[in-house]
Write a protein of this length. Structure first.
Length: 666
């Protein structure tokens, strides 16, 4: 379970240099044992929390999550990362959220849950694009390419790897260049273009050896061994595979040495070297069992089965097959447990965030009531002072009127309180029923799929125990389990996405820092980024005056982006040449932004409801009806402006009125 983070007022927080000293202490321990590094991180967080900023605490927790991933404690890593996500709401640095999605993707990739890993890498890629930093963008592209490589989508992987390598070459970064060459070689290997793969792996090895990247050169040796195997050059293949194993073991990378050892055993099976093959496979199985590497363990048992079949030792082949199936079951169970843990952490995180919003709203309400009471007291004091200067006749008359006004004010306050409570209950009922309706379907599918998978797993275990399990039954079970896990993952992601979108309904939206900027120039600079996010090609015209205002530029950009997305989703379904015109002008102390599209338009009876939460014309098609409500909250509550939907002869028309000088609260 996640605990709500407690934040302290820091009188004298650590400088960056002092914080780096603490991280160096953890790094020294991590080189010997990731488990000890986790304990060291916990000790530092507990002992120094009063001097650590929120951003520094998150960075330490990210390191802890990475050590948990290294020790294959992925469920704990997911919990740690969810805690970081909750704390990140207090930090404006976009790299914090970028690191969250990247590390979460790494955790899923560790368990071969590549589809979930890809979703998180794509989220980090979107944030990297908004940060306008090439380094983060290219690194994320390389990560996405690796996931495509694992999924067998080699052409797409090759495209990402090529961009990563070209960027590293332009900036003259030898380590990244070597990584790019190695990854391009792996993509060509997957495409069965062996000679091209060989060329890139040789260049990668040469670059790594020239710059002393000894441990990383083991990946080049491993891939060269696999490539020479494909080219049926056994002697060269064995040399490079043994080099990969030796380098990784000398560098204390026992877990990384398992994969090349399995490939070396595969080579000896091809060469029918029985004695060496059995020794290599038994050692690989022992290592993978000790280190908890279930995927490598399954591969080793699968290869052991092939080895015994080659020797026609059918009983041992059957035993190896049983061990292979058990390893696969263990891996599936671990993947399912991690998926459930991630979903539970997301749900718990959403609950905690709702609690924080509720406490904030209660505090603001208390402040408003206190200010109102002070204002009323001041009015009473002034009234008493004026009344004291009047004649007795007027005093008696005012007292009579005050008695009437007091009774009327009491009735008015009572009525006002009743109306406020009724409005609050109505809004809460609408919000809760809307959220429950939207979440019911994906959560129901997750529960049904998990229950069905548990039942089928129980039945298959019984058949396995009683040795009544046929290969067809196992294959059918694996196919059904994969479908159920895919369904669970898809609907869990869908529910998590809904929850993330529900958070944006609040009027106290997170806003960027305010700044002085020219609206027309700013939108023109960001127009390429806006076009990239659209599902269809849209002609966007920016016209009018280049008005300079003091406001929140990033919030305004999000409003325009959401309007474009709304036009694409609802207006351009039957439009062959979609076009949007944005006209900017200044009137007095306001800037007026008129947004028009040439889509289907909005009827008058719908214009009164389009800004309500959960109102959508595409119910049941994946739309929540939150887009225009989010825009309304951003314009009215953050930008302190006005938003209206105007009648238009064709298409839709929205008018945004913003103050030229935003008054920022102290």
């Amino acid at each position: 379970m996640l605990s709500l983070p407690v934040f302290f007022a820091l009188a004298d927080p650590y400088t960056e240099a002092e914080f780096e000293q603490l991280r160096n202490e953890i790094n020294k321990v991590s080189s010997k044992s990731p488990s000890r590094a986790i304990s060291k991180t916990n000790d530092i967080l507990a002992g120094h929390v009063h001097k650590l900023t929120v951003a520094q605490q998150i960075r330490l927790l990210y390191g802890k999550a990475w050590f948990q991933i290294q020790t294959d404690d992925v469920n704990s890593a997911i919990d740690t990362l969810s805690q970081c996500k909750l704390m990140s709401a207090r930090v404006s640095d976009p790299t914090i959220l970028f690191s969250y999605y990247s590390l979460t993707a790494g955790a899923f990739s560790r368990l071969n849950m590549y589809e979930r890993a890809l979703e998180n890498y794509l989220s980090s890629y979107h944030i990297a694009g908004l940060m306008d930093t090439e380094q983060y963008l290219r690194q994320t592209e390389n990560n996405i390419g690796n996931i495509y490589l694992k999924l067998g989508r080699y052409e797409e992987a090759l495209d990402y790897f090529t961009r990563f390598y070209q960027d590293a070459e332009e900036r003259q970064l030898p380590s990244q260049k070597a990584v790019g060459l190695n990854n391009i070689g792996e993509a060509y290997f997957g495409l069965e273009q062996w000679q091209k793969a060989l060329s890139y792996h040789l260049r990668s090895l040469q670059l790594r050896e020239a710059h002393g990247f000894t441990y990383h050169s083991s990946w080049s040796h491993h891939n060269l061994g696999r490539t020479y195997m494909a080219l049926q050059q056994g002697q060269r293949a064995e040399y490079h595979l043994r080099q990969a194993i030796d380098i990784r073991r000398q560098g204390k990378g026992l877990a990384d040495s398992i994969a090349p050892q399995i490939d070396l055993a595969r080579l000896h099976i091809q060469q029918k070297d029985s004695a060496t093959t059995l020794s290599l496979l038994n050692e690989a199985i022992d290592l993978s069992t000790t280190l908890g590497r279930l995927q490598e363990k399954a591969e080793a048992y699968q290869l052991l089965r092939e080895y015994h079949k080659q020797l026609e030792n059918w009983q041992k082949a059957l035993d190896a097959s049983d061990q292979y199936m058990q390893s696969k079951f263990d891996l599936l169970e671990k993947q399912a447990a991690t998926g459930v843990a991630f979903y539970a952490a997301q749900m718990n995180m959403a609950t905690k965030e709702k609690d924080i919003v509720r406490l904030t709203q209660e505090n603001e309400l208390h402040k408003a009531n206190t200010e109102a009471a002070r204002t009323q007291l001041l009015i009473v004091i002034i009234s008493v002072s004026v009344i004291a200067l009047l004649t007795t006749f007027f005093i008696l008359r005012i007292r009579s009127q005050n008695r009437i006004l007091t009774a009327t004010l009491g009735d008015l306050k009572h009525t006002q309180k009743q109306l406020l409570e009724a409005e609050k209950m109505s809004a809460m009922t609408t919000l809760v029923s809307g959220m429950a309706h939207q979440l019911n379907t994906p959560l129901g599918l997750v529960v049904t799929s998990a229950s069905c998978l548990e039942d089928k797993l129980s039945k298959i275990r019984v058949k396995l125990t009683e040795r009544q399990l046929s290969s067809n039954q196992l294959r059918r079970f694996l196919d059904e389990a994969a479908e159920m896990l895919t369904l669970t993952a898809r609907n869990s992601a869908r529910a998590a996405d809904m929850i993330a979108r529900f958070k944006t309904i609040s009027a106290s939206l997170d806003s960027s820092e305010s700044d002085q900027f020219e609206v027309l120039s700013y939108l023109r600079d960001k127009l390429p980024l806006l076009r990239q996010s659209l599902p269809v090609h849209v002609e966007v015209l920016l016209e009018g005056d280049n008005v300079e205002i003091f406001s929140h530029p990033e919030v305004l950009l999000k409003v325009i982006s959401q309007l474009l997305d709304n036009s694409c989703s609802h207006g351009f379904s039957e439009q062959d040449s979609p076009r949007v015109t944005i006209y900017i002008e200044r009137k007095m102390e306001q800037v007026i932004i008129t947004y028009r599209d040439n889509g289907a338009g909005i009827s008058k009876d719908k214009q009164q409801q389009i800004f309500d939460p959960f109102y959508t014309s595409q119910l049941g098609q994946g739309k929540l009806g939150l887009g225009l409500n989010i825009i309304y909250n951003a314009v009215v509550h953050v930008l302190k402006g006005e938003l209206s939907c105007e009648d238009a002869s064709s298409g839709a028309c929205f008018v945004i009125r913003l103050p030229v000088q935003l008054q920022v609260a102290e």
